[in-house]
Design a binder for this molecule. Structure first.
Ligand code: 5AD
Ligand code: SF4
Length: 443
């Protein structure tokens, strides 16, 4: 029997890319590849790229440059570019960088084995179509049955029709598409059989989910969550990323009523200034966002909120930025991702007058200091509380196990009775730099 070929995948960007990389590795498993964690002995290298912020293509070119020596030493090595940069600039990449054998956009991953075969035959292979068939279904059928860790991502929706003025997603991932409920439930059941106990439902605009239900009607994300709630062995459900305008009443209610739905919500607002929100084409105001948070907290008072923020959007004044800081003060976040605005060619905001880099940096620092303070206070307030923890792996110290609390805080315990995959009640006894320490309570 011939030895398995080795596949090295480097993943950039969001959790959707992490999920996609896992699916690509599984699909290539069917074509005789095993994954390796170093490019040095690989037969194929795949860069799963992200286009969301600046210098994405440049990063790809410099990363490719680093593989040149490997390719020279092993001409059989195939190099592929996947993900959103591939979608947006695939043909250009192939032209500029002849060592790239294969380019595959996010909608075409199910064609990867065929593209690999074409590349092996000595031809260049490119697929950046937006086909209508369900690539995940094809990928799932090819995927293995290997044991999985206790947590997994599951993509339920892709693409976005919102066209925020700064964002490339509607161009790189295309229009919103939702997978049918039955396929998601089947995939969830398979994952549970493979050892998964927590699922994070993924979509660029996940709460706009509107997949076909078993009754032939479009189902909402809340309906999908209630259907997954019935899956035995599945203990926890999360979802990300949401848009404020798609937080429907049934989804808010589910946060109060569905025990498997975890008390954590990532709800990006981007800015606290109505003037900037309008220019961002967000179609909500700071006030409507705050009212929404109040309704969510009424349904689930202990929910931990996280958000995304962009500072230094074109025309953002000091007063606009102060509005963002005021919004953060009012909401209080347990976690946040914050970015300096970066110009994305082809998006409306790219055409507008840009702010100085120093102004952006300084505002980002102030915003991050405030968020860190809130995050810290919320984490410290966990001490003395009892939370559920799903244990995932051994910790750095001997006899230590680490997992995630219901609120997504990392929690470590020293307890020899605990194993990966155990969901236990834990009393939080200390709050450290990046994690909480706890004591497992008797079952
Ligand atoms: N510049 C900075 N941040 C951006 N994001 C999206 N596009 C840009 C951009 N051009 C951020 C938003 C979004 C997150 C995924 O990335 O905050 O919610
Ligand atoms: Fe991008 Fe999210 Fe806006 Fe869609 S809703 S355009 S993915 S920032």
């Amino acid at each position: 029997m011939s030895e398995a070929k080795k596949l090295y995948i480097k993943t950039y960007g969001c959790q959707m890319n992490v999920y996609d990389s896992e699916r690509m590795a599984e699909a290539m498993g069917g074509a005789g590849y095993v994954e390796t964690d170093t490019p040095d002995d690989a037969d194929m290298i795949l860069l799963n790229t992200c286009h969301i912020r600046e210098k994405a293509a440049e990063k790809v070119y410099s990363e490719l440059g680093r593989f040149k020596g490997l390719k020279d030493a092993k001409p059989d090595l195939k190099i592929g570019v996947a993900g959103c940069v591939a979608q947006a600039e695939g043909e250009e990449i192939m032209r500029r960088q002849p060592m790239v054998d294969l380019v595959v956009g996010p909608q075409s991953y199910h064609n990867l084995p065929a593209l690999e075969a074409k590349a092996r035959g000595g031809d260049k292979a490119l697929d950046t179509q937006f086909p209508l068939d369900d690539k995940f279904e094809t990928l799932r059928k090819r995927g293995g049955k290997a044991k999985r860790g206790p947590t997994a991502f599951l993509t339920v929706q892709e693409g976005c029709d919102k066209f925020c003025a700064f964002c490339v997603v509607p161009y790189t991932r295309g229009a919103e598409v939702s997978r049918p409920v039955s396929r998601i439930v089947d995939e969830a059941k398979e994952l549970v059989e493979r050892g998964v106990r927590e699922l994070t439902l993924l979509g660029q605009n996940v709460n706009a989910y509107h997949g076909e239900g078993p009754d032939g009607n479009d189902w909402s994300l809340a309906q999908l969550i209630w259907e997954l709630d019935k899956v035995d062995g599945l203990e926890r459900i999360r979802f990300t990323t949401s848009h404020p305008n798609d937080m429907s009443d049934d989804l808010i209610a589910a946060h109060g009523e569905c025990a498997k739905l975890m008390p954590y919500l990532h709800l990006p607002v981007q800015s606290g200034s109505d003037r900037i929100l309008k220019r961002m084409n967000r179609s909500h105001t700071a006030e409507s966002y705050i009212r929404l948070i109040e309704r969510i907290r009424a349904a689930r008072p202990d929910i931990l909120l996280s958000g995304d923020f962009i500072v230094g959007f074109p025309e953002e004044t000091e007063a606009d930025f102060a509005d963002t800081m005021a919004l953060i003060e009012e909401v209080r976040y347990g976690y946040a991702y914050s970015f300096k605005y970066s110009t994305r060619p082809g998006t409306p905001a790219a055409e507008r007058a840009q702010l100085d880099e120093e102004v952006k940096t300084e505002r980002l620092h102030r915003l991050q200091a405030l968020i860190t303070e809130q995050q810290r206070a919320i984490q410290d307030a966990m001490v003395g509380r009892e939370v559920g923890v799903l244990f995932e792996k051994a910790g750095r110290r001997d006899g230590q196990m680490v997992g995630k609390s219901d609120y997504l805080h990392a929690v470590h315990v020293s307890d020899s009775t605990v194993q990966s995959g155990d969901l236990r009640r834990v009393e939080i006894i200390e709050s450290g730099a990046n994690s909480l320490g706890g004591r497992v309570l008797p079952a």
